[in-house]
Design a protein around this ligand. Structure first.
Ligand code: DGL
Length: 266
């Protein structure tokens, strides 16, 4: 591996751009190769078997781009496909999911009770509960699947009547009342962070995967002596199905306009 190689990163759609943005802010010299699998979005309601196959094709594509590390910037794929992908590609590349970094950061902050919202796939996998217990944490958690949120956000429905009505419906669940923090366990959700915060009248910490993941990428590359020292190439963004909507919405996620190319992974 050379430090000048890019970092591969992927999600079902644009949600992973929230993670890409955090990595770019922390490590501005790194080149990212991003894949949004818009053809199969949302992953949240797909079977684990299908998600594993989609992810396998994406990882193979990223390897063809000579990446030095792969970040699964999607909770759903991290929940159901990360072990599978590592079992296939472990000799070629390090593959990291977004879940362990946020778990470690929550444990460090010593929360006692947290609420978690995510896709059906993430919540059904019970990965958060499993990993908290694996790390010996006794944090009390309440998890709720919120399947309408990722497609709603992907379509650009944020800060409006629609997003408010849907969020109210999910967040009114009284199990959230005594929680100190709410984890947005889907990389699309940072886009509605303010709305969630407002719903709870700023009374809870609202957490997401992006920064803990970016910090993990930095510490891994630094340990391996793989941090690039100067900016060589700009990041490249691919989708498996181009839509104009994606290009427009990606601007909100990424903060600036990005050039998107369509690829066929089959
Ligand atoms: N952004 C994704 C996640 O973190 C997936 C959303 C979806 O495709 O359902 O779970």
């Amino acid at each position: 591996m050379k430090n000048t190689q890019p970092i591969g990163i992927f999600d079902s759609g644009i949600g992973g751009l929230t993670v890409a943005k955090a990595i770019e802010e922390l490590l501005p010299n790194e080149q990212l190769i991003y894949v949004g699998d818009t053809q199969h979005m949302p992953y949240g309601d797909k079977s684990p078997e299908h998600i594993r196959q989609y992810c396998k094709q994406i990882v193979a594509f990223l390897l063809s781009k000579n990446v030095k590390l792969i970040v699964i910037a999607c909770n759903t794929a991290s929940s159901v496909a990360s072990s599978y992908l590592r079992s296939i590609f472990w000799e070629q590349v390090e593959i990291m999911g977004v879940i362990r970094p946020i778990i470690l950061s929550i444990i460090e902050k010593k929360y006692k009770k947290i609420g978690i919202i995510g896709t059906q796939g993430t919540i059904n996998s019970n990965i958060y509960e499993t990993l908290f217990r694996e790390y010996g944490s006794e944090v009390e958690i309440f998890q709720l699947a919120t399947p309408l949120l990722a497609p709603m956000i992907e379509q650009g429905f944020i800060n409006n009547e629609v997003s408010k009505a849907i969020l109210d419906e999910y967040l009114k669940n009284e199990q959230f009342n005594d929680k100190e923090a709410i984890l947005l366990a889907c990389t699309h959700y940072p886009l509605i962070k303010n709305e969630v915060n407002n719903y709870f009248h700023q009374s809870k910490d609202i957490l997401d995967n992006a920064l803990p993941m970016a910090n993990r990428v930095k510490s891994y590359l630094s340990e391996k002596n793989l941090l690039v020292t100067e900016k060589i190439n700009p990041s490249i963004f691919y989708v498996t199905e181009y839509t104009e909507n994606f290009e427009n919405t990606s601007k909100i996620f990424h903060g600036s306009k990005i050039q998107i190319e369509e690829i066929d992974l089959k």
